[in-house]
Design a protein around this ligand. Structure first.
Ligand code: 15L
Length: 267
């Protein structure tokens, strides 16, 4: 497939460019920063919040799918969060409809349900109601709502991968439950790109962690079969004072009062 990857210069983007090429996909990259030296893919520099810049890519490139990773990975004011996550998704979906690009894979977040108390037993399913822990989570939920709307209106296949904690290895106790390895991330995105007719779908983007509290069944239904387990690293992870409070809700640190702030910045 020929896949537009937004946020291509970010940590997930860099891993996916290599991983998708290894799996015989052709990547077209989009990011606010210019192509790194030696970039092996077509590279467009621009901002996903600019609908004209997004539309211009679709006018010059022939695409089969979009992997939307761009967005600020931390808490901002509500308007800034909505622009960063929801407006960018809207710009892409409008261009996809106009140019008949039928598949969107979205870097959703566990923070869409982060305010959910950690399940005492069993796993949190995707049927659980959106329960954001931050304005970041609210904007991710709104982006998913938009994907659902475009799936219903226009028949776009749109898969939100609610990513846990992406990284080369887990570094905290919470990560033993929430980690998504680099290789599993590539497996997950490829499954979401190639699953036959998923319509609008949500999955939890984590590895096959022994201590997982999110249900992997929705991902497996789309062909995502994780191979890595954070438990492999457990002996290297030291306990921290924050661990207890971070384990109370699935959103971990984003639920704590350090993140409480007004929705709107006032001068
Ligand atoms: C996310 O969605 C954030 O982008 C990232 O900064 C981490 O906080 C991650 O979730 C997590 O929950 O570990």
């Amino acid at each position: 497939m020929r896949v537009l990857v937004t946020g291509a210069a970010g940590s997930i983007g860099q891993v996916l460019i290599v991983g998708l090429q290894d799996r015989d996909h052709e990547v077209v990259a989009f990011d606010r920063v210019p192509a790194p030296d030696g970039a092996s893919v077509a590279w467009h520099t621009g901002d996903c919040t600019d609908a004209d810049a997004v539309a211009a890519i679709f006018e010059t490139e022939t695409l089969d799918a979009v992997v939307h990773l761009a967005g600020h990975p931390d808490e901002l004011s509500l308007p800034d969060s909505v622009v960063s996550h929801t407006v960018t998704t809207a710009a892409l979906l409008d261009a996809m409809v106009e140019h008949d690009v039928r598949r969107l894979v979205y870097a959703g977040s566990n923070h869409a349900v982060g305010r959910t108390p950690r399940p005492a037993d069993g796993e949190l399913t995707v049927e659980h109601r959106p329960r954001p822990d931050t304005f970041y989570g609210v904007a991710k939920v709104a982006a998913e709502a938009l994907m659902s709307l475009y799936a219903d209106r226009y028949g776009i296949d749109a898969v939100s991968c609610r990513i846990g904690s992406f990284g080369p290895e887990p570094t905290t106790t919470r990560h033993l439950s929430t980690w998504l390895s680099h290789d599993d991330c590539v497996r997950m995105v490829e499954a979401a790109l190639t699953a036959p007719a998923p319509g609008y779908a949500v999955l939890y983007g984590i590895s096959r962690n022994t201590r997982a509290w999110w249900d992997l069944a929705p991902g497996r239904a789309l062909g995502y079969e994780p191979q890595d387990d954070a438990e492999t690293f457990s002996s290297r992870i030291a306990a921290r004072p924050e661990d207890d409070v971070e384990s109370a809700f699935v959103g971990g640190p984003f639920v704590t009062e350090a993140f409480f702030r007004p929705a709107l910045d006032r001068t």
